[in-house]
Design a protein around this ligand. Sequence first.
Ligand code: HEM
Length: 791
Amino acid sequence: FISTRRKSRLPPGPNPFPVIGNIHQLGDQPHQSLAKLSKRYGPLMSLKLGTRTTIVISSPGIAKEVLHKHDQVFSSRTIPDTGHALDHYAASLAWLPVEKKWRNYRKICKEHMFSLQRLDATQAIRRKKVQELLEYVRGCCLRREAVDIGKAAFTTSLNLISNTFFSIDLADHGGDSKSSHEFKEIVRVLMELAGKPNLVDFFPVLRFIDPQGLRRQTRFYIEKLFAIFDGIIARRLEARSSASESSTSNDVLEALLNLSRKDDAELSYNDMKHLLLCLSTTTERQDKKFWDTRPHGLPHNILAPAVLDMDMHALLHLNPPEVQASPRPQPFSGHRKHSPARGSTPPVTGQTLKKIWSMSLKLGTRTTIVISSPGIAKEVLQKHDQVFSSRTIPDASHALDHYAASLAWLPVEKKWRNYRKICKEHMFSLQQLDATQVLRRKKVQELLEYVRGCCLRREAVDIGKAAFTTSLNLISNTFFSIDLADHGGDSKSSHEFKEIVCVLMELAGKPNLVDFFPVLRLIDPQGLRRQSRVYTEKLFAIFDGIIARRLEARSSASESSTSNDVLEALLNLSRKDDAGLSYNDMKHLLLDLFLAGTDTSSLTVEWAMTELLCNPEKLAKARTELEEVVGKNEPLQESDISKLPYLQAIVKETFRLHPAAPFLVPHKADTDVEIDSFVVPKNAQILVNVWATGRDSNVWLNPGSFMPERFLDSEIDFRGRDFELIPFGAGRRICPGLPLAYRVVHLMLGSILHSFNWRLEDGMKPEDMDMSEKFGLTLQKAIPLRAVPTV
Ligand code: HEM
């Protein structure tokens, strides 16, 4: 959704969110929001509303092209689901395509309803109705009461139409008459139902469920309206049969009844009612809001942004024009501003600040708070850390009850604390990592050999793929002292493992309707929970095999041959009663670690290489530093990293622009919390948009440029203390794998830079580089980077 380039030939438009598309950008005043957007994207703009591609036209010239030049092509309608109530769409002037039946209706309108003669013939009735309006207003005048203009105009408008059609009143100003009140009410409700945003229109797959009940309710009210029409028509037919020729009225009903008798007019009794329905429901007051924004969402509020009255740009997009135009906000207290924006920064109120830096929206039925400033991130992840440490649990994690035994999804309670302790003491401690560094060095050596092969064959390397394989092996060796992937992908078992990890990550990254609408849980409409279960079972079977082999080896081997990897530590722990680590827990923990650790590290290396290939002078600078510090033909060791400030700066700059987890992993509020006068409600989902913070011109100078130098004289680090750079999160939930990730990323990146020079494939220029991002569990490069190694 934050892809920067579009590949289709659709008109330009804002990039869509997964699942909801651009619905969130409609706000509560879509016409105004769309006008604003079209200033940015042009008068011919495309949006994705749910699954529906929508084109918005905002200029007379293009309106002319569409409604005049290409009139025929554009004359059909997208039919709202409520249009299906009582099959209205199939007999409706408003929804029918431009074909025989519709043409017939239009002809009837033109010749029998709105022709000069007909309108002239009924003008006395309308004059009378306007006279009544004036009398009503005069009454108010005498009583010195204010007039609700819209209401009075609505009543008059309804009566003007009902008199033109039926020669009777269907509304009165006082609303005293029961029947008139009923008619008015039905028309009002029908209009309201038609105006409510309907989930089914955005996601037709929900049609059978009709989750907001809009089709059912529409059907109910149309039936009521038809009953009123039936009564009126029956009375007219009765009057006609008993009355003399002269008393017959000359209203529209009369004309329709005459027509319906003629075979060639093709107007059935049913058609007549549908036509009248269309015409009656156009009288409604025009003072309705498009989207109701009542805070705690009645069903129809389901996808409407909830309330902070805020432009979505400010949170997902970099420097939106609207925000730039407003006074530059000072960051919240506690936030240091490293690279002041040009010009002075007028002080702004907390209110303005909040409008720009945090917002809440409704993603499905879930209130979601998005944080886009270092100051508020600090409040949430540090000051109120305890309250915000739980997670909103994705439905897919219910597969094999993973959520109940998972480090990533458990709330901050005993079991989670125990896992974190095990990570800290037995997996990612200095000793443990030092003890396994030889294994990692070996794996990086294999990566270099693979690249050397490509170099000799003058082949480009798919950097992300090679880094992913290495990353998987670095972790599998740290944990099990074995390889679980190979670069060629020749070994069947390694291929299988890589495949399972990839699929599980893909499944976890897919937006799941159930997470937005928990009511769909039993259906699991996209099958994500079912598939996650299948692949988790496969992964657990592989873990079972590895553990069984290790136990066998342990029982037959001498003390000295025992490995000192993580599995060894875990098996020792699981024997201790007080360790609280069952065999099952161990597998769930390993699953989390593989999923959280592999892709995050490798995509960071891929983005770093992408940026360096676009900035060859920085690539050269990094190579010079490596040569000076490590030595020309010496391999890079983990212990060298601390002596390579430029390499470290490159990694920081990569984390700033390309954080692997752009929203971190969603947190959840355990109670209502007041964050500077706004209440974050209990159970709200919290997304910390580190991607936006990293590209914010109020925090960084030239935020769009890749400038590792900005970190050379700066103390900023990514270990959770400096909230402008928190790619690993902060507070209790900070990534436990950070110490391993630190080594892995620097080691991989430093090694391939140190051993090879790199250039882009096929004479491609840096400016041609496609920087599009693919949003999933992590933020990957959409088009894999292919680079040619040279020596
Ligand atoms: C460049 C590499 C990595 C990045 C950018 C990264 C980033 C993150 C982020 C942002 C979170 C969520 C923090 C929050 O909720 O506020 C996280 C959680 C986690 N990470 Fe990492 N990570 C990386 C590597 C690793 C590695 C190598 C491992 C382990 C092998 C790992 C294991 C985990 C686990 C288990 C969690 C969940 C912790 C919890 O919920 O308590 N990560 N990581």
